[in-house]
Ligand binder design. Sequence first.
Ligand code: FE2
Ligand code: FE2
Length: 449
Amino acid sequence: MEQKILIIDDEKEILDIIEIIIESEFSFEILRADSGRTGIEILKENSVSLIISDYSMDSGTGGEIFLFNKDHENVPFIMVSGGFLEDYKELEDFRKTNPLNTYIQKPMDEDFFIESIRKSMNDEADLLSTSEFRRLKIDHVLTFLKTNKDIYIKLSGEKYLKIVHAGELFEKNQLIKYQEKGEDYVYFKKPDFESFVKEVLSKLNKSILGSINLSDTVTLGAIGYEFVHSSLRDMGLTNDHVDFVNSLVEKSVSSLMENKEVEILLQSFFHEKGYLVSHTMTAIYISFLICQKVEYTNETSVEKLVFAAIVHDLGISDSSLSQIIDRDSKEFEALSGRDKKDVLNHMFTSVKLLENFKSIPNDVENIILEHHENTSGTGFPRNIAANRISPLSAIFILSLRVSHFLYFNKLSTSGQMFKKDLEENCNKGNFKKPLAALLSCLEKALKSS
Ligand SMILES: [Fe+2]
Ligand SMILES: [Fe+2]
């Protein structure tokens, strides 16, 4: 008989993902509970070999389940939480109660998680066969599969039939038909399965980071690139400006958070400390400085630019690709075909994220779509010339150039050259006015550096 394992979390998506990880490695029967209280009910009626529970839940915490288990079967317990074990009074003797108990702090590492299950089961865990195929519940495939992979059904013994071919149009209906015929599982070859689990896990880690504290984040963003900050100060950015712009960022981020998909992307975005978040925030501050000096802009323009900036690279699947600006650069040339495609299309993916938001001004979408165009008309996706790029896009494109420069260079050493380059190449069409504004800021900064 299969051993039973009880998993408890108040977020369905996390339960799904935990189930996928467990099913990928072990053959347990999995019981699910969406609250501490339901978890205890299940424990009263079932004997399980292991409990995996989130700590913070509205209806019955992980602590309550721990105490119940301690007084009853005292089976191994894996507690997952964002806090520290020492902070929970009722977990004082968590490790002593059962030497196989494990405490996992979020964000959790998948290998550690699997290892903890194996250890908690005292190495009695029933490992899946060494077959080259791995099973996956059709329900989970329908929820999580994003990229095309070969999908098989099991005929008998080790005989499998390919029902979906990677690279062909995949329609969920195909799988639903098999489900209606009574199939619970489909099968993937091991490497495909592993890449699927990886995709899902990165999603898990994004969602278990919990909701972020916006004011912390914005400040953190500012501290995270202090070296850029001193240049921005030299360009004329004051504390009041920073406060004002940060409040606009918070406003945009909280309205974007209303959409689950965007929320997950934003959480990982703000938790990363690299180029992606830094160049975005810097570009926002520079756009603001330019708007201060260009007569056709107003507060709404700044709001639109802030909103567009936050979303502009959210559609990129690998954050390091956000560093590629030009399609005729060495960096672009060196990319794999798939990455090239990703770079060339990310603005469409980003704009698509806004589909579910009502009342987003067209300008915002336009800024996002045009952020890789340039004054010489060699940009992408449309190759449009400087007079056809919208004025707000022109502000944003210039801001991105400067923020990219500031991330990799010092104004004091190569600022003059950079400024000259802008003067020579960008004084065209709708770029003229914002360029003049930007140059005056740079001038100021170069004098003080
Ligand atoms: Fe981009
Ligand atoms: Fe960007």
